[in-house]
Design a binder for this molecule. Sequence first.
Ligand SMILES: *[C@@H]1O[C@H](CO)[C@@H](O)[C@H](O)[C@H]1NC(C)=O
Ligand SMILES: *[C@@H]1O[C@H](CO)[C@@H](O)[C@H](O)[C@H]1NC(C)=O
Length: 345
Amino acid sequence: MINKIQRFNGCNMAPMHILYGLTLILIGFSIIPVNCTWWFISQLPLHAVGAGVLCDNIPGLVGKQRRLCRMHPDVMVSLGEGAKMGVRECQHQFRHHRWNCSTLDRDSSVFGKVMLKVGSREAAFVYALSSAGVVHAITRACSKGELMKCGCDPRKDGESRDKKGWFKWGGCSDNAVKRFMKLECKCHGVSGACTIRTCWLAMQEFRRVGEYLKLKYNGATQVMMNQEGSSLIVANRNHKRPTRKDLVYLEHSPDYCINNLQIGSLGTAGRHCNKTSMGTDGCDIMCCGRGHDTKTVLKIEKCECKFHWCCHVNCKECSRWVDVHTCKGPNPIAPVNFRQRRRYI
Ligand SMILES: *[C@@H]1O[C@H](CO)[C@@H](O)[C@H](O)[C@H]1NC(C)=O
Ligand SMILES: *[C@@H]1O[C@H](CO)[C@@H](O)[C@H](O)[C@H]1NC(C)=O
């Protein structure tokens, strides 16, 4: 199932043979226990060690994947960068949620122990985003000519016309994250007149991918095994069948209210919350009804910035008092019964 999620996200959109190899590496990640790989790879000191040493030490790769890893050390560098990008984007998308995609340093499991629920909706999101990050990073490295076996794609040449006239365009095989491509152009004429124009298909920011997948996360469908155990079916008959572009999950998520590493929850004690927000970052939801503490802290910010020719910026420092709200921990004597609140994550 996870496999499906990964393929949805990019591997099958990438025609380059190098990405075929990568796909094999990625797909393998889904069949091994989740206790490794993405987080591990995002932390690799890729520039510091040789490919052989590196590839032998990534947990969970099978023989073929290890061989691919050794054959394409340059790709592995992008792979690490892509995985990091996925982690950063995940934390951004979930910064206002109880589950915030946090990673525990020096813990080789994916996203700390937070991903222990292998078939959860969050796991689906992380797999999708990590694979997208990797495809994005490799595609970009490819367009920039940083990879050895990855030239420009002759099919990516074309002639088009818009209101400014005809132009030719070309590009490398960066159609992997192709939904998020846009045509970018640059004019080279005298004082910006578009007498000569170069256009290329460029990838949009990775943020767009994160936003797209966050929507998919919100609309993810729960599935289960059919009676024969041969395929996955929608758990609730009244729900729509997922398409190839949707995320699916097997298990309900915990509510992430209380610290319980066994179920992959760090809890929300000590998390910042917003007293006026009605969303998932509001103190009621974030703190799971346990209440919050408020501190007034002096916040120092840059202000009144002036640009000086050329080229530096001088700012003043302004300070103001702001209230900071943080969630209380669970009451050690009478544990609150908020475990059932699983909707807001
Ligand atoms: C995420 O939440 C955990 C506790 O739930 C907290 O320790 C960590 O600092 C948070 N991370 C971010 C980036 O906010
Ligand atoms: C708190 O939430 C309100 C309403 O959503 C928003 O306008 C405000 O900027 C938020 N404050 C902080 C500190 O994020």
